[in-house]
Design a protein. Structure first.
Length: 300
């Protein structure tokens, strides 16, 4: 979360604090820095919050993307890597889910990401070669920087954060639904280490800059293609902490999905990235280490 703090950035990285929808700020950036490419990460990302605050999500996620695309077109900035989400798929898919699966967002957050993709795809296809866009659909991002520089922000409600907090505090952990049609009855997700996800952004941008993108708009899943159950996450958190904690079962929640796993083969075949941090124990251990040091929320 770049809104938290900037102290972890290298000293020679220029920082401009502004709303991505502030066209005047973007004009200043163009005048000072003359960018050749953009990696667009600015967004609100809490699916549950988006249900309560849909207009805020449309403003931040859709309007911000629109203003950015207009600015890039005006200044002939040719390359964009866009932060999308597996939330665009919604429910009802048999895993693994490929990029050509129907898009059925189940909440306003997912809908804003779908609209953002449509907006950018249209702009790229109408640009006559002036704009090339790569959309990266993240699955479940977790973990912390292996070198301890950055980590998950405070208050995250994802399952790995919750399991790590339970392990550190010795408090109960609740599994919502133990009767799913999965191997152990608990929900299954495709977790990707944040460091691998960062590498995928750089690989996608390098692919564009090398002139290898032949279509104006390309979309890729960002996951490992490996399903991990909530029970397996709990066991990994116990191993990382060296202690056990109580695990409670609760009914399924409305809107929950039993299994969501990526088909990552398109990215691997097209761009050729090889993940370095895919082991579940490594993901959970880095996440827990960050929280154990009391640094949650101080960095990204």
């Amino acid at each position: 979360n770049a809104r938290a703090r900037f102290s972890w950035l290298p000293e020679d990285v220029p920082v401009v604090r502004a709303d991505v929808a502030d066209r005047a700020a973007l004009e200043m950036i163009a005048d000072r820095h003359h960018p050749r490419a953009v990696i667009h990460l600015a967004a609100l990302i809490d699916a549950a919050e988006s249900v309560a605050r849909p207009l805020a999500y449309y403003r931040e996620n859709v309007l911000g993307t629109l203003v950015l695309a207009e600015w890039m077109q005006a200044h002939r900035v040719p390359f964009l890597v866009y932060s999308s989400s597996a939330a665009v798929y919604g429910t009802g898919h048999r895993p693994p889910v490929g990029e050509d699966a129907p898009l059925r967002p189940a909440n306003p957050y997912g809908e804003t990401k779908r609209v953002g993709e449509d907006l950018l795809a249209g702009a790229a296809r109408a640009s006559g070669g002036g704009l090339a866009v790569v959309a990266l659909r993240y699955f479940n991002v977790a973990g912390a920087d292996p070198e301890g520089r950055t980590g998950p922000q405070s208050g995250r409600g994802d399952v790995i954060s919750a399991a790590c907090r339970a392990a550190l505090a010795g408090e109960p952990f609740c599994i919502f639904g133990t009767d799913w049609p999965t191997a152990d009855g608990t929900p299954v997700r495709d977790f990707i280490h944040v460091a691998d996800l960062a590498d995928m952004h750089l690989a996608a941008l390098a692919w564009q800059l090398a002139g290898r993108q032949k279509e104006p708009f390309s979309v890729f899943n960002c996951g490992y293609g490996r399903g991990v159950s909530v029970r397996e996450v709990v066991d990994a958190a116990m191993r990382a902490a060296g202690r056990s904690f109580e695990v409670q079962a609760a009914p399924r929640r409305v809107g929950d999905i039993g299994e969501m796993v990526a088909d990552p083969s398109r990215f691997a075949a097209t761009i050729g990235h090889v993940p370095r941090h895919a082991a579940l124990d490594a993901i959970v251990a880095s996440h827990l280490r960050w929280l154990a040091e009391g640094r949650e929320g101080t960095h990204a």
